[in-house]
Design a protein around this ligand. Sequence first.
Ligand SMILES: [Zn+2]
Length: 267
Amino acid sequence: LTIACGAFIIIHNNSEKDGGMIIDSHVHVGASVTLHTEVELSHLLNAMETNHVDKAIVQPLPGAYPSSEKVHEVIHAMCKKYEGQFYGLISISPFLPLNQVEDEVKRCVEEFGFVGIKLHTFGHNVNPLSPEGDLIFQLAEQYKLVVNVHTGNGSFGNPCLIIPKAKEYENVSIVLAHSGMQYFATEAQVVASQHQNVYLETSWSQAEYIDGLVSSLGSNRIMFGSDVYTSNCYNLAVELEKYRVLDISNEDKNNCLSNTAAIVFGL
Ligand SMILES: [Zn+2]
């Protein structure tokens, strides 16, 4: 009985009762014309409250409607209204006219205070090794932004495509969203093991695999992200549950659930 009670207390210490901070490093808001989905702020706020999530780093969806710029403005308004709860991450297709991309990144950093930028290998069909992929890294270096890279599905979803950029931009922190999304899980682990500026976000990964990442790379390289992308925000509870069941130390759990993201994004 004592052991059972102890286990119960530990489980709740990590996620609910004693206020161990939870930062969701990968959340979307707004609508998408390509994904036929929309995340409303009120639904996101409800899901965060229900699941005891304290902070979220928020980005537009690929196919952002009516435009990435408009959704960035919505995110900026959220960051202002709920100060310290939301942080913005830029997501704009690098195939748009160069001055449009550069102007928007400058605005999001200098006026809105955004903390990262997306390289959407799937949603924007960007090869990390193309000129448009390089543009994202150039802008990240210039404005001291974290690069969040979609990995897993899509023609350019192999995490190994990031290796040359991780070397070339060694001062830029790179987060591999989805940690290769199961199919490229081992590649994501190898890339992170070889490059200290590469971190892994774990949405769409198996709990067993997250467990292995923590023991092989260390919890200071792993961060929780839900990839909320639909109106019902199902992913938040589902992705958190993976951490709730993990048999890892409280320290590791706290690193994965908040400290790694807080440090990497400078929150
Ligand atoms: Zn996403």
